[in-house]
Design a binder for this molecule. Structure first.
Ligand SMILES: Nc1nc2c(c(=O)[nH]1)N[C@H]1C(S)=C(S)[C@@H](COP(=O)(O)OP(=O)(O)OC[C@H]3O[C@@H](n4cnc5c(N)ncnc54)[C@H](O)[C@@H]3O)O[C@H]1N2
Ligand code: MOO
Length: 431
């Protein structure tokens, strides 16, 4: 069919890209848009989710000294070589965590010791008190129930002075913050938060708090997407709703480019008459690709805008349907943002997939990757079972709330039988 101004062709000839190809193209966008964000020194208490700016070498050994791992008696393991089933030692003193005993143990001697207390010179073994019979200033225990060197935590067993404690690019999870505290550090040098502009397009959008209006729906995407950005430790910049006009959208994108490091929009990427995102991007930057062979999220677009001083600024145009917006964010935008924010390699930010068995048969068409909302159930001693019973419409956000997992059905996969193994993405691991 030929197109004319009165009857434009509705045919859409853009081929859908395989999700693997999209990951590669996004990696190229990230490489182009990546810059070293400035660094800042902040308190550990403020740093959860932030990204470490430089390697941290341990200034001390952790633990700083050999110490007891059990409440009991410290003694020299060499004494275990003696004849006879029982050892009978003289207790010459006591040590608690924070109250060391500064003497030297001699042959036939033991020290009453509590967990965490510094091991005295002359001792390398602790016998737990449950195995002991104390009597006046002596202690007896069955020699054969104790191994030389047992229950003694060695100095530097956690970290050695001068060794690498944390590598630049680490996302600071609670354990990493605890590790920094264990080095005596009160502050940490992190990258400034990546600024992520979030805007939504559509004349039908009402803002939460406004009264309902016929034909209008509330804008949920900006709330979801801003919350996802924040949960990654990044800074969302709310650039509001933008009307369905090409000039308004182009102006909004240019404005976003001045304030942000990355821009995310939702809506207006499909083929309808009000879908201006792609043309606005072409006007204020460059479209890298559009259309992914996946469901939900097919009309996802990405490219670069021109930021301050002409620097390329990655742009992600998410589909308007709320679940499509979320899934394309989680699959493509999340890893890109983490890398732009200063995290290490792509592998470091890729979420783990777990294997599970289907509780029922799944419908799936080969030729696109599908992300089906599901509920995962643990099964003692076997793979977890994944149940796909939720509504899979990309407009139904309540099914995303009910889901705790997405079953990932690869491009070439057809229908899946009940009790087959599939890959599952745990939604909890994505924020
Ligand atoms: N003829 C075709 N129509 C559609 C196609 C197609 O290939 N051919 N693709 C469909 C798919 S798949 C999706 S996903 C949507 C994506 O459309 P857009 O990205 O252009 O989004 P809109 O048309 O603006 O909106 C779609 C839908 O989502 C609602 N929406 C939009 N923004 C928000 C928001 N911020 N909060 C809540 N809901 C929002 C909007 O009202 C629409 O209902 O296109 C299909 N159509
Ligand atoms: O990509 Mo759309 O997500 O199927 O509604």
């Amino acid at each position: 069919m030929t197109s004319s101004p009165n009857h434009p062709s509705h045919a859409d000839t853009t081929p859908d890209l395989h999700v693997d190809e999209v990951h590669q193209r996004i990696a190229r966008l990230v490489a182009r848009g990546r810059k070293d964000l400035p660094t800042e020194q902040i308190a550990l208490g403020e740093a959860v989710g932030r990204i470490l700016a430089a390697d941290v070498l341990s200034p001390v050994s952790v633990p700083p000294h050999d110490n007891a791992a059990m409440d009991g008696y410290a003694f020299s393991g060499a004494a275990l070589q003696s004849a006879g089933a029982e050892l009978d030692l003289r207790v010459v003193g006591k040590a608690r965590a924070g109250a060391p005993w500064n003497g030297q143990l001699g042959p036939g001697e033991a020290l009453r010791i509590m967990t965490g207390a510094v091991m005295p010179r002359g001792a390398d073994t602790v016998v737990p008190q449950e195995l002991c019979q104390p009597q006046a200033d002596r202690v007896r225990f069955d020699r054969l129930r104790v191994v030389a060197g047992a229950h003694c935590r060695k100095a530097g067993e956690d970290l050695r002075a001068g060794g690498l404690a944390l590598a630049a690019g680490t996302r600071l999870a609670p354990a990493a913050l605890g590790l920094l505290a264990s080095l005596g550090q009160a502050e940490v040098n992190v990258r400034r938060r990546l600024r992520v502009a979030v805007l939504s397009t559509g004349d039908e959008l009402l803002q939460p708090g406004e009264p309902p209006r016929p034909g209008a729906i509330y804008d949920s995407n900006r709330t979801t997407l801003s919350a996802l950005v924040r949960s990654l430790g990044l800074a969302p910049l709310d650039l509001g709703p933008v009307p369905d006009r090409a000039d308004a959208l182009a102006a909004a994108l240019t404005d976003a480019g001045r304030q942000a490091d990355v821009v995310i929009s939702s809506g207006g990427v499909s083929v309808g008459e009000a879908d201006h995102t792609r043309s606005a991007l072409a006007a204020s930057g460059e479209l890298a690709f559009w259309h992914v062979a996946m469901r939900p999220g097919r009309p996802f677009a990405a490219g670069v805008l021109t930021g301050d001083a002409g620097a390329p600024l990655p742009f992600f145009g998410l589909p308007g349907n709320p679940v499509a917006a979320m899934v394309s964010f989680l699959v493509f935008v999340r890893p890109a943002l983490l890398q732009l924010a200063g995290c290490g390699a792509a592998e470091a930010v890729a979420p783990p997939l777990v294997r599970a068995r289907t509780s029922r048969a799944l419908r799936k068409r080969p030729g696109r990757t599908e992300y089906q909302r599901a509920v995962l159930r643990r099964v003692p001693g076997a793979l977890p079972v994944v149940d796909v019973a939720l509504n899979q419409s990309s407009a139904v956000l309540s099914a995303m709330v009910a889901a705790d997992a997405l079953v990932v059905l690869p491009h070439d996969q057809g229908h899946v039988d009940a009790d087959e193994e599939v890959d599952v993405l745990l939604l909890d691991t994505l924020s």
